[in-house]
Design a protein around this ligand. Structure first.
Ligand code: ATP
Ligand code: MG
Length: 555
């Protein structure tokens, strides 16, 4: 290798150490979502981190649905989650697992603990268990059922399994230490009675394992080496290790925690996104204003842009919040050289070139991307009547306004110089039409050097233009106020998060455009074909991002 400086994140450093010390001889990671909602940008971090590590260390990556809690899970989400992960570029090959497939193993583990005197059936109610648990400053109190015999526990646990008790009547608890400074170790509940039908196992079980018991078993069964999770599980790690050890698994996975990804002033939590969807504030989980993966894709983000973003965020143990502008920077960078730069007028007024022959159409050669010649050129029709942006004409221009105003000359992008001769207004005083004359000598690419103009504006030839709907987005949240209302915890919504422009005109070059295809609209930003609502005869575009940014790359 050359003198390449590779800086490793703290997880990679830990893995290097484990490999060097022979703790593991390979790397196996997993992404374990609960199928109870769509994935969001935070999950993308976890997916790309785990998948990336498996690639880097030539290891294995497991996709595992953590479907041990039958209340909240819906199969609907399994497919969307798989689709999102594949779209992001992660590949689990044939390592697709469902935690519910391990219910038998988990049950066996529970029996093993009971036989070892490490678990007991407890009759305290949920509320009593909470009371007995103690606080951060006070030790807990032992349950009166803590010292039941192994035989009695085995029998009662069997009864739990056989459906002899109501929900909540009895639980199985790990027998650890009621005086532990770590509350998670104060005899946590590991199995509960819940008469619920599970989407995978049906009515086979009426007892279900708790997360802290189930998760380490899932990892151990699959031979996961590094179980990477977010910081809130740091305090659960001693319990994780306890379960793995007491259940006597040969391969012992190791839990490593990192800080969650947060975006400043952006709603990320599954719970909150769900509420926005349920309250009808957004148009489903894939509303382009959200940061679910489905929404980002519909908005026009690419897997590459999200990979770049996650890479830039880095991995750390320190909780921090990243600016949405960084995500915008990444999509601009990704699209800049890849996408054609098209002409689209979002707020149209007519421009008539009075000295251009009526009925004549010429097809101009327009480069698709001036920074990337490989994208070639396209033919764009041009003639007497065009649409231009309303803001590109002013009756009384302010200083330094170089676009159209009476007697001023500008360049029509990739076409000719035109000079404004007059304009028309409607009854309300709005400009409707601007009249110009053009100079045939000034055709783009002709080498004309006679004189210069200061402004260049874009346009669309009116007779062949396609009318399109364009949706502009702003943050869902009112950034001045912050995400949550301090009084009642509700969201501070931005009333202008969606603007729909119904009367836009695009050049006729979008005939073969498909859902998710994206383009630059010169001067207006990057746009993509909306996957839900766009039709070939009635195009709908989402603005992904505008062209300008105040975002500065961190050094
Ligand atoms: P949410 O907090 O949005 O409700 P969750 O943690 O309940 O998400 P899970 O399905 O349990 O969602 O998460 C699957 C994996 O994704 C977990 O390993 C979790 O730690 C990780 N994860 C969730 N949110 C983030 C985030 N913001 N940043 C990084 N990883 C995350
Ligand atoms: Mg969760």
């Amino acid at each position: 290798m050359e003198n390449e400086v590779v800086s490793k994140n703290f997880i990679e450093q830990e893995i290097d150490k484990d490999l060097a010390e022979g703790v593991y001889d390979h790397v196996c990671t997993r992404f374990p979502p609960e199928p109870n909602g769509y994935l969001h940008i935070g999950h993308a971090k976890s997916i790309l981190l785990n998948y990336g590590l498996s690639k880097k260390y030539n290891g294995t990556f497991h996709m595992r649905f953590d479907d041990t809690n039958p209340t909240k899970e819906r199969m609907e989400f399994v497919d969307s989650i798989k689709e999102d992960i594949q779209w992001l570029g992660a590949d689990w090959k044939d390592h697709l697992y469902f935690a519910s497939d391990y219910f038998d193993t988990m049950y066996e583990c529970a029996l093993k603990l009971i036989r070892k005197g490490k678990a007991y059936v407890c009759d305290l109610s949920a509320e009593q268990i909470r009371e007995y648990r103690g606080t951060l400053t006070e030790p807990g109190k032992e349950s009166p059922y803590r010292n039941r015999s192994v035989e009695e526990n085995l029998e009662l646990f069997q009864n739990m399994r056989d459906g002899k008790y109501q929900d909540g009547e009895k639980v199985l608890r790990a027998k650890i230490d009621m005086a532990s400074p770590n509350i998670n170790m104060r005899d946590p509940v590991i199995y509960r009675v819940a008469r619920m039908t599970h989407h995978n196992t049906g009515d086979k079980w009426c007892i279900y394992p708790m997360y802290d018991f189930a998760h380490p078993i899932e990892d151990a069964v699959e031979g996961i080496t590094h179980s990477i999770c977010t910081l809130e599980f740091e305090d659960h790690r001693p319990l994780y290790d306890w379960v793995v050890q007491e259940c006597e698994f040969e391969n012992r996975p190791r839990q490593i925690e990192f800080a969650k990804l947060y975006l400043t002033n952006v709603v990320t939590g599954k719970r909150y996104i769900k509420k926005l969807v349920e309250d009808g504030i957004v148009d489903g989980w894939d509303d382009p204003r959200l940061v679910s993966i489905a929404a980002l894709r519909r908005r026009g983000f690419t897997p590459e842009s999200i990979q770049m973003f996650i890479e830039m965020c880095g991995v750390s143990k320190a909780q921090s919040s990243v600016d949405y502008a960084m995500l915008e920077y990444c999509i601009r960078e990704d699209l800049k050289l890849k996408k054609s730069r098209m002409m689209a007028v979002l707020d149209p007024i007519k421009l008539v070139i009075d000295n251009y022959p009526e009925g004549q159409v010429e097809y101009l050669d327009v480069p698709n991307n001036l920074e990337n010649e490989e994208l070639g050129t396209r033919k764009v029709p041009f003639g007497r009547e065009l649409y231009i942006e309303r803001e590109d004409f002013m009756e009384v221009p302010p200083k330094k306004y170089f676009r159209l105003f009476p007697d001023n000359e500008v360049r029509l992008m990739s076409a000719y110089f035109v000079k404004c001769t007059s304009f028309e207004k409607d009854a309300e005083g709005n400009i409707t039409t601007v009249h110009c004359t053009y100079d045939p000598e000034t055709k783009s690419g002709s080498g004309f050097t006679g004189r210069k103009v200061k402004g260049t504006i874009h346009w669309v030839y009116a007779p062949t233009a396609h009318r399109a709907e364009v949706r502009l987005y702003e943050n869902l949240v009112d950034e001045e106020k912050g995400v949550y209302n301090k009084e009642d915890g509700s969201l501070n919504l931005n009333p202008n998060s969606l603007t729909i422009l119904k009367d836009c005109y695009v050049e006729p070059s979008f005939e073969n455009a498909k859902a998710y295809d994206s383009f630059q609209f010169v001067r207006n930003g990057y746009f993509c074909i909306d996957a839900k609502d766009s039709k070939p005869e009635a195009l709908v575009f989402n603005r992904i991002v505008s062209l300008k940014s105040s975002f500065k790359l961190p050094k």
